[in-house]
Design a protein around this ligand. Structure first.
Ligand SMILES: *Cc1c(COP(=O)(O)O)cnc(C)c1O
Length: 355
């Protein structure tokens, strides 16, 4: 290989297509097949399937290459979240974005209630406030953009502050995906994904992942998975990798649709505010109250009224319909996950429902 070729590392758009494939051997499948197995013949690298499966390995190679670290896949995003939170020692403290994914907050509250650790909720967009909460903490949990407020965190600044304070920094990168944001490159210690969302991308699989640039942390996370057993199914790993192959083109269309919809909704009747983080595929619009928002959700025909996000199909929901949603989220806020349909059809449907 020439020096020029060696130094030209593949770009992320190429990694999503090319990473995690078997060697190019004539006659062999060039996609890693699904391996249904609970045990492997003794004497090899794999012995028991709670500790490894070739279908996970292919996906982990691809996600690890994308985020720039070592990937450990899990049965769900929450299993990945839980494994990372388990790194917090008894008596430690966790600094967390107050508008984080609500079940991450619930899991942290559970830990606090049972006396395992302390939780400090902060406004993640206020970097001074986050830094002020770091001393003595064991972990800072960043989400950016946040769900569903769509606030942004200054990841490089907060990761550096955390490192200086001896605090582990974690970024839930579900909303951005590794094509739009690579927190490890900005100094974060760990990245968490609900691959259920953008990475798998077709609303047909639940899977999670942790990626870290630190060998010691990767080892502890893998150990946790083996002991706690929240392992992905081989079929789910296969589907997630198949979904990942098109992430770049799906994002291109969905992001363009999201920016265009934000523009068209800004002066639409009844819309008080549009929240657009400026990248990614999730938007929010705020209507006058819960009743106005519920009416829109009931009236859309093409948009699907559903929770979750990141699929090829556009979905929306009024977030405060969940009793557990943060009271700081407006009653009339509708979160929208923008898909890859034609933007005119998406806009027509919303405007008709608003009108
Ligand atoms: C969905 C989601 C999770 C949880 O992932 P699951 O795959 O549903 O377990 C965690 N964080 C964010 C930001 C999410 O959107």
């Amino acid at each position: 290989m020439s020096d020029a070729r060696r130094s030209a590392l593949p770009r992320p758009e190429t990694i999503v297509v090319s990473a995690g494939r078997p060697p190019h051997v004539p006659g062999a499948p060039f996609n890693e097949p699904v391996t249904f197995a609970s045990a492997f013949v003794a004497g090899g690298e794999l012995e028991y399937a709670r500790y490894g499966n070739p279908s996970w390995t292919a996906l982990e190679e691809a996600l690890g290459a994308l985020e720039g670290g070592e990937c450990v896949s899990f049965a769900s995003g929450m299993a990945a979240v839980s494994a990372v939170i388990h790194l917090v020692p008894v008596g430690g403290a966790v600094v967390v974005a107050r508008h984080s994914y609500q079940h991450t907050l619930a899991l942290l509250d559970d830990g606090a209630r049972s006396g395992r650790f302390e939780v400090r909720r902060v406004d993640i967009a206020d970097a001074d406030a986050v830094e002020a909460a770091l001393p003595g903490a064991a972990m800072v949990w960043l989400e950016s953009p946040t769900n569903p407020a769509l606030e942004l965190a200054d990841i490089p600044r907060l990761a550096a502050a955390a490192r200086a304070a001896g605090v582990l920094s974690v970024v839930d990168n579900t909303f951005a995906s590794p094509l739009l944001q690579r927190p490890l490159e900005h100094g974060a210690d760990l990245v968490v994904h609900s691959a259920t969302k953008l990475i798998a991308g077709h609303s047909d699989v639940v899977l999670g992942a942790v990626v870290t640039g630190r060998d010691d942390l990767a080892e502890r996370i893998r150990h946790h998975r083996g002991l706690h057993g929240a392992i992905p199914g081989p079929m789910e790993a296969f589907l997630t990798l198949r979904g990942l192959r098109t992430l770049s083109v799906r994002l291109e269309r969905a992001e363009a649709n999201a920016r265009e919809l934000a523009r068209r909704l800004a002066d639409a009747p009844g819309v008080v505010e549009v929240r657009d983080p400026g990248f990614g595929t999730v938007l929010a619009m705020v209507l006058a109250d819960a009743a106005a928002a519920d009416r829109v959700v009931d009236r859309v025909r093409l948009w699907v009224s559903a929770t979750s996000l990141g699929g090829v199909e556009s979905t929306l929901e009024r977030r405060r319909r969940w009793a557990t949603e943060a009271p700081t989220i407006p009653e009339g806020l509708i979160r929208m996950s923008v898909g890859i349909e034609h933007v005119d059809d998406l806009a027509d449907d919303l405007l008709a429902a608003l009108g």
